[in-house]
Design a protein around this ligand. Structure first.
Ligand code: MG
Length: 447
């Protein structure tokens, strides 16, 4: 038989104008939530979360039930933020302890998401049970920071996991054997940012009443700066087992998610959110960008396609399409006259081809190399550019007329005065030059 006795206190602190923290105390469920988000979002998120937690835990008062209750609370906050644009981005931390009975034994189930904390004060020693889901903590785990450095790091307020900021959330769950005389401390970061563990221990060891201890801790945090909302719940085990067993029991049931250390995949479940305004002011945009990049690396593989990636792919696709159309236009907007099996043929495309495009035959003229002046054959074999099919046809006809006038200059077909074939109109394509062959005006394209 286990009985618990508790007390709590909360305070806005000396800097904040509103208190977005919440404390929960019932006979079997205790929690601290530290809401975040503008336009009252933090208060709404914390309230929705603890209400949903209480209802769901009441339905299933087990360790698994408490973990599931956190999952449901997450869904409630997430859903609410999706339905109310002014509350988008709101979220909350949540750490909770529930007294449950499993297989005939009393067990304290402890859950956590975010950087509020739960401690156990046992035999005069205070030990942290929960692991912060913050960027600084991740850097400690990866060896980039020491615990002391993390405590003052500008990224210590950036969360890697929070309730209500994503459609799902990974929940850390511990199961603890209640032992008479043990004291549990649940608190928001407004307490731990201001006080050393030794200062907290001093209060917990010297003040018997849990409510009074909670009050004193909050007052102490105010005295040491009070830069954030401060919330404390103290839970005492007044009747419990005295067995000399390991107090923290992990993974006694494989159905439970016991995650004392978040996996990389778990970390990716949430966006980054500032849990509170650091003493030195909010992180700069550069710091936030760096923090986000780092969190993305931590969560690699979890969200392969981001908005930026999508935008990049779309832009790249647009550029490539534009380039393709430009190449295609350049190739198809050109014609030339060439020779195939002694016949003059009009092709579309660039002489010799362009990139992967080869010239395409568009018209055979039925004019042979014998029908045009021999002096033009080299030019024709190399290809003579024209701007259109019509100008290419005209060019061929002019060559044919020139040949005719060479053979018979006095023919009525030719005009001696002008020296121009009368039945073969000449046109000059843009960029073309005009040369005069005997008996005809010949238009050739510029090189
Ligand atoms: Mg806080």
């Amino acid at each position: 038989m286990t009985l618990l006795r508790s007390g709590s206190a909360t305070d806005t602190g000396l800097v904040r104008s509103v208190n977005q923290d919440l404390a929960v105390e019932t006979s079997t469920l205790f929690a601290v939530a530290d809401g975040m988000g503008g336009h009252a979002g933090g208060e709404v998120a914390a309230r929705l979360a603890v209400d949903a937690l209480g209802v769901a835990f009441g339905r299933q008062p087990t360790g698994a039930g408490l973990s599931q209750a956190v999952t449901e609370a997450n869904a409630v906050v997430w859903q609410h933020s999706q339905e109310n644009p002014e509350l988008r981005g709101m979220g909350t931390t949540l750490t909770a302890v529930g007294l449950v009975n499993e297989e005939g034994h009393d067990v304290l189930a402890l859950v956590n998401v975010g950087d509020s904390r739960s401690y156990r004060f046992h035999d005069g020693e205070l030990s942290q049970i929960t692991t912060d889901h913050s960027l600084a903590e991740e850097m400690v785990r990866s060896g980039e920071l020491t615990t002391a450095e993390a405590a003052v790091h500008p990224h210590r307020h950036i969360l890697t996991r929070a309730l209500g900021v994503s459609s799902d959330v990974a929940v850390d769950l511990w199961r603890i054997q209640p032992m008479r005389g043990d004291r549990f401390l649940l608190c928001s970061d407004g307490l731990t940012n201001e006080l050393e563990l030794s200062q907290i221990s001093e209060v917990l060891s010297s003040v018997n009443d849990p409510g009074r201890a909670a009050d004193l801790l909050v007052q102490a945090a105010r005295t040491h700066g009070g830069s954030d909302n401060i919330t404390v719940v103290v839970v005492d085990v007044v009747v419990g087992d005295d067995m000399d067993a390991s107090p923290v029991i992990a993974a006694v049931n494989s159905d439970f998610t016991v995650v004392p250390d978040a996996t990389e995949e778990d970390v990716g479940a949430a966006e980054l959110y500032p849990a509170s305004v650091p003493e030195a002011g909010p992180p700069s945009r550069r710091e936030r960008r760096r923090a986000k990049r780092r969190a993305r690396r931590i969560a690699r593989g979890r969200r392969l396609i981001t908005f930026r990636t999508l935008l990049f792919v779309i832009l790249l696709g647009g550029v490539l399409s534009g380039a393709w159309y430009a190449v295609r236009w350049y190739d198809t907007n050109s014609y030339f006259v060439g020779v195939d099996h002694n016949e003059l043929v009009i092709y579309q495309g660039r002489i010799g081809g362009f990139l992967w495009y080869n010239p395409v035959e568009v018209q055979r003229t039925l004019v042979t190399t014998a029908d045009v002046p021999a002096t033009y054959l080299d030019q024709l074999n190399a290809g003579v550019e024209e701007s259109s099919v019509a100008s290419a046809v005209n060019y061929v006809r002019n060559l044919e007329a020139t040949k005719t006038c060479e053979a018979n200059p006095n023919s009525s077909f030719c005009s001696p005065s002008a020296g121009t074939a009368t039945t073969a109109p000449t046109t000059t394509a843009p960029g073309a030059t005009t040369t005069t062959a005997p008996g005809a005006t010949i238009t050739t394209a510029a090189p």
